[in-house]
Design a binder for this molecule. Structure first.
Ligand code: SAM
Length: 312
C-alpha cells in the first residue's frame, strides 16, 4: 500500500519511536499514574500516535496543510481515536500564539476565526499537555526575512502556554542539520561560554569542541555540534523562570538531530529569580549523552555513543 505520509520514514526513526520515545512516555505515564495528553504534528498517518496510543488520553494535532488534516481525521477514525483527537488546521506559530495568550486578550483574536477553529482553540487552551512532539521537517533557526526564526517564536509560545498550565512535560524535537543560522548558533555558544568564563570556569575544552571549524570532530559535523549545545541551552534559557529543564537523551541519524527534554515546573523560586545559567543545571544538560543511529549491513539499527566534553 502506498504511504499516506508526505515525508520520508526510516528505520532509525522507527527505532527511536519504539526503543526510546515509547519508554520515555511509558515512564512518565507510570510516574503520574494516568495516560498522557499529546500535542504535536502527527501528519497524515499519525504513526507516533498510533504506536503510543495505549499511553494517550488526548491528542492535539496541528496541521497547516488542509489535505493532510483531512487524511488525519480519516486515520484517527480508523485507529479508533477520533473522539480523543482535536485537529487544529493552522500554522503552528499562529496556533501556539493563540494558546499562549492570556484570557483577557484572546476574545478579539478568537472572534476573527471560523467558529470550528475557535471552538477547538478554546477547548485545547484548557488541556494540560504532557508530551509535545515537534517534527517540523526543517532546521531549528532558519531566521526569516522578518527577523526572528519562526521556530524560536513557536517554542517560546509553547513554553508560555505550558507555564500557564503548570504541568511537567516531555518535549520531543527533531531538526534537520541543514540550516542557515550558523552565526546565531556560534554567537549563542560563544556568549554562553564567555559568561561561564567570567564565573571562573574553564571552558576551553567545550569551546574547542563546539566552535571548532574542522568539518568533523569525532563523527559530529559542525551543525550537529551547534544543535547539541544550542537547542537544550536555548530552551533552558527561555524556560528558566518557569521550568527546570533536563535532557533525557539526544540522537543523530541520517541528517537529523533529535532530542527529548523534560520540563518540570520550578519550585520555590525567589521573586527575583536566579541568574542564568545556573552552573549545576547547565553542567547536567551538557553532559547528556548523544547517540548516533546507523543501519548496518543486515538492516539492524546500531547505536554508537558520540562523546563531548562537559563542564569541569
Ligand atoms: C515530519 S511530519 C511529522 C511526522 C510524525 N512525527 C511521524 O513521525 O509520524 C510534519 C508534519 O507537520 C506539518 N507541519 C510542518 N511544519 C508545520 C507548521 N509550521 N505548522 C503546521 N504544520 C506543520 C507538515 O505538513 C507535516 O504533515
Amino acid at each position: 500500500m502506498a504511504s499516506d505520509n508526505p515525508f520520508p520514514e526510516s528505520a532509525e526513526k522507527n527505532h527511536l519511536r519504539i526503543f526510546h520515545l515509547q519508554h520515555a512516555l511509558a515512564d512518565y505515564c507510570e510516574s503520574i499514574g494516568h495516560p498522557l495528553s499529546y500535542f504535536g504534528l502527527p501528519s497524515a498517518e499519525m504513526r507516533d500516535v498510533e504506536m503510543w496510543r495505549p499511553l494517550l488520553s488526548h491528542i492535539t494535532a496541528v496541521e497547516r496543510d488542509p489535505d493532510v488534516a483531512l487524511r488525519m481525521y480519516r486515520n484517527a477514525q480508523k485507529l479508533g481515536i477520533r473522539d480523543k483527537t482535536v485537529v487544529i488546521e493552522m500554522n503552528l506559530v499562529e496556533a501556539t500564539k493563540l494558546l499562549a495568550m492570556e484570557d483577557k486578550e484572546i476574545e478579539l483574536s478568537l472572534a476573527l476565526l471560523p467558529s470550528s477553529v475557535r471552538d477547538r482553540i478554546t477547548q485545547v487552551r484548557r488541556v494540560s499537555h504532557h508530551v509535545v512532539n515537534l517534527d517540523l521537517c526543517g532546521g531549528f533557526l532558519y531566521p526569516s526575512d522578518r527577523g526572528e526564526s519562526e521556530n524560536a517564536k513557536l517554542l517560546r509560545n509553547l513554553i508560555n502556554f505550558q507555564a500557564k498550565q503548570k504541568t511537567a512535560f516531555l518535549l520531543i524535537l527533531t531538526f534537520a542539520l541543514r540550516d542557515t543560522g550558523k552565526d546565531d548558533y556560534d554567537s549563542f555558544i560563544t556568549e554562553t561560554l564567555d559568561h561561564l568564563n567570567k564565573l571562573g570556569i574553564n571552558t576551553s575544552a567545550l569551546r574547542k569542541h563546539y566552535t571548532s571549524t574542522r568539518s568533523r570532530v569525532a563523527e559530529q559535523p559542525p551543525n550537529l555540534r551547534r544543535l547539541r549545545f544550542c537547542v537544550p541551552g536555548y530552551l533552558h534559557k527561555i524556560a528558566f523562570d518557569n521550568f527546570q529543564v533536563s535532557s533525557l537523551g539526544a540522537w543523530y541519524y541520517k541528517t537529523f538531530y533529535h532530542a527529548i527534554l523534560f520540563f518540570e515546573p520550578r519550585k520555590g523560586r525567589s521573586a527575583l529569580g536566579k541568574a542564568w545559567p545556573p552552573i549545576d543545571e547547565f553542567k547536567e544538560l551538557l553532559s547528556a549523552p548523544m547517540t548516533r543511529l546507523k543501519v548496518n549491513g543486515v538492516g539492524e539499527v546500531i547505536e554508537e555513543d558520540l562523546p563531548a566534553p562537559s563542564l569541569p
